[in-house]
Design a binder for this molecule. Sequence first.
Ligand code: FES
Length: 185
Amino acid sequence: MEQRIETQNIEGRKDVIVINRRSFFGGLMAVGSLGMGALLSVPVLRYVLYPLYAKASGMGWSDVGPVSEFASSTEPVRKTITFAQRDGWREVVSAQSVYVNRTGDGTFEVISAICPHLGCSVSWQKGQDEFVCPCHGGRFAPDGKHLAGPPPRGMDQLPTRVSNGKLQVHFEFFRSNVPNQEKLS
Ligand code: FES
């Protein structure tokens, strides 16, 4: 069975369109294929565009060391921690230095070794009983409080927890040279 449709084009000529069962199902198949193609392209597009909309994910918890290692410390202990950051498709593993202080009540504080002035690495000076930054002479107390020099705030304290007997830290980066701690995401 077929159906004929007559149309007139702009030159006045008559066109006849014949629709039979075969061409009807052919059209239906074409529409179906287009729909299926569009559906299948969604995950591919999401994969390709992922870095554009995915935020760089932050760091998780990093092991600092067994709690017993710091239980009898009387001054800041320097440790290197590692953490992974996901940026788009890439996973970047970074290492950073932190200092561990045992507090009076038996808990621990962990402070970043990154100088809050312009980001140099601060080191503990045993004889002076204070932290000193080699870049511009910033000085800090054992708990990280600012004592002297250009840094506008004390050393940055980091979130900690104890898990299965291990001290862990959640490393974060903060904006340099501002008076208050401002987290960088
Ligand atoms: S970077 Fe530390 S005092 Fe300037």
